[in-house]
Design a binder for this molecule. Structure first.
Ligand code: SF4
Length: 57
């Protein structure tokens, strides 16, 4: 039912911030604009980023 394997991508990383367009993220670690589906060795999963409607987190 639920996938146990969560994609390691910048969009779900705690260091990223998604732009309003949803087409790129700003990485606070690298201070760069990156594709949401990228990843690096500093990736840290942020569960709140998985749900676009996470308002009460
Ligand atoms: S580049 Fe690395 S640290 Fe930055 S958002 Fe992507 S995975 Fe996270």
């Amino acid at each position: 039912m639920f996938s146990k394997e969560i994609s390691k991508i910048c969009a779900y990383c705690e260091h990223s911030k998604m732009l309003a367009s949803g087409r790129a993220v700003i990485c606070n670690k690298k201070k760069e604009l990156l594709a949401p589906n990228g990843v690096c060795s500093s990736y840290r999963y942020d569960p709140l980023k998985r749900s676009p409607a996470a308002k009460n987190g």
